[in-house]
Design a protein around this ligand. Structure first.
Ligand SMILES: Nc1nc2c(ncn2[C@@H]2O[C@H](COP(=O)(O)OP(=O)(O)O)[C@@H](O)[C@H]2O)c(=O)[nH]1
Ligand SMILES: [Mg+2]
Length: 364
């Protein structure tokens, strides 16, 4: 039987039934409101948690995390053992010696370690040893010039260093960075000494979508550079990066060859090379530093790319580069991935090396 309106007429319904219906409706309404509120809350949380990969804040965090991971060996082998000393507020002779030994073990170098600790000891105030050391490290690393953005075109970067330190790999990563920043890049394969070097650079050029100038194995490197720089001028390229040979054991004089390349570049582009970057392998520690001096003397090196920080407990070498060579570290390599070349940031580096969470074992 169809329900007629009169069935729902309040006057026709007993008061008790009316009350039950009203309470039921109220409960249903309250439940609906609660469920909606929970859904809204979950949506808000989900949106924050599911920020798309590559969003700036997340990229910065993961990028710092990679530096932290790269420095993990140094942090755990050296600074974690010193956490007791770092937490103190006074640097007595025992603490001084432990810290001195630790810094030298991390390859900071004797002279730089002494300088740093003298400065740390002279601090007055209530800061912890860690904070004083961090301040001095930052001060030392920041005495170097900030990197200038390429101003003239073409901006020529010459990359030098001994075999196997990571020149070609770093150039590949650097080219990709420049291309990603919207600059047109041309690579010059002037390591004509090793048969595979040109091909290796070719692979990186393809990967980064940039131009490459190379000649056959054994060609005169200065002639390749001449061609390369001319091509960059003709094609109006923003950045030229020159890969060079790094042999040390042959009769021909590497330094003379590199000086000649430098002269060719200077002749073709006024004010060039704008940067001469020396690549150092962090795993070779103080030996690498000794080799570096020969390049620094011969070539007016402007900065250092420090590679393979991820493979060593001697990450303090970055501090020695500043303290002993007086050169800015421009980039650090913390792995073999394309994005594992990072612009060096003193504050970030010091934090990653001896941050307050040195003993945080969640990040081995
Ligand atoms: N783990 C690690 N390996 C690197 C890094 N940079 C370069 N390499 C590796 O070092 C080796 C030598 O690199 P290469 O670029 O050929 O050195 P080059 O002779 O100086 O040109 C290669 O196996 C690279 O993958 C780095 O930052 N971390
Ligand atoms: Mg090479």
């Amino acid at each position: 039987m169809p329900i007629s309106c009169s069935t729902l007429d309040p006057s026709a319904v007993p008061p008790l039934t009316l009350a039950v219906v009203a309470v039921g409706a109220f409960i249903a309404l309250a439940l609906l409101v609660a469920v909606r509120a929970r859904r809204r809350q979950a949506r808000t949380r989900g949106a924050a948690g599911a920020r798309p990969v590559g969003a700036p804040a997340e990229q910065a965090a993961s990028s710092y995390e990679r530096l932290r991971q790269g420095l993990a060996k140094t942090r755990n082998a050296v600074f974690a053992a010193l956490s007791d000393v770092l937490a103190r507020r006074t640097l007595d002779s025992g603490a001084f010696e432990s810290l001195e030994e630790g810094l030298i073990r991390a390859d900071v170098g004797v002279a730089t370690t002494t300088r740093l600790l003298t400065a740390v000891r002279s601090h007055t105030g209530q800061e912890t040893v860690r904070d004083r050391l961090a301040t001095e490290l930052r001060r030392l690393l920041e005495t170097q010039h900030a990197r200038d953005e390429p101003a003239s075109r073409p901006h020529v970067i010459m990359v030098v260093g001994v075999n196997g330190v990571g020149k070609t790999t770093s150039i590949g990563k650097l080219a990709a960075r420049q291309a990603a920043a919207g600059r047109s890049v041309l690579l010059v394969a002037a390591d004509t000494f090793r048969a595979a070097a040109g091909e290796q650079l070719g692979v990186w050029a393809e990967r980064g979508g940039v131009d490459l100038v190379r000649q056959t194995h054994g060609s005169d490197p200065a002639a390749v550079v001449f061609d390369g720089v001319r091509a960059a001028v003709a094609r109006n390229r923003d950045v030229v990066i020159v890969d060079t040979a790094g042999r040390l054991h042959t009769k021909s004089n590497l330094m003379e060859e590199l000086k000649k390349i430098r002269r060719v570049i200077a002749r073709e582009v006024a004010g060039a090379p704008h940067e001469v970057l020396l690549v150092l392998d962090a795993t070779t520690g103080q030996n690498g530093l000794a080799q570096a001096r020969a390049f620094v003397e011969a070539l007016q090196v402007t900065g250092v790319i420090l590679t393979k920080l991820d493979g060593t407990a001697k990450g303090g070498i970055a501090i020695a580069v500043a303290g002993e060579l007086g050169l800015p570290v421009q980039y650090v390599g913390v792995g073999e991935r394309l994005d594992d070349l990072r612009e060096f940031d003193p504050g970030e580096f010091v934090d990653a090396l001896l941050g307050k969470d040195v003993l945080d074992t969640r990040h081995p």
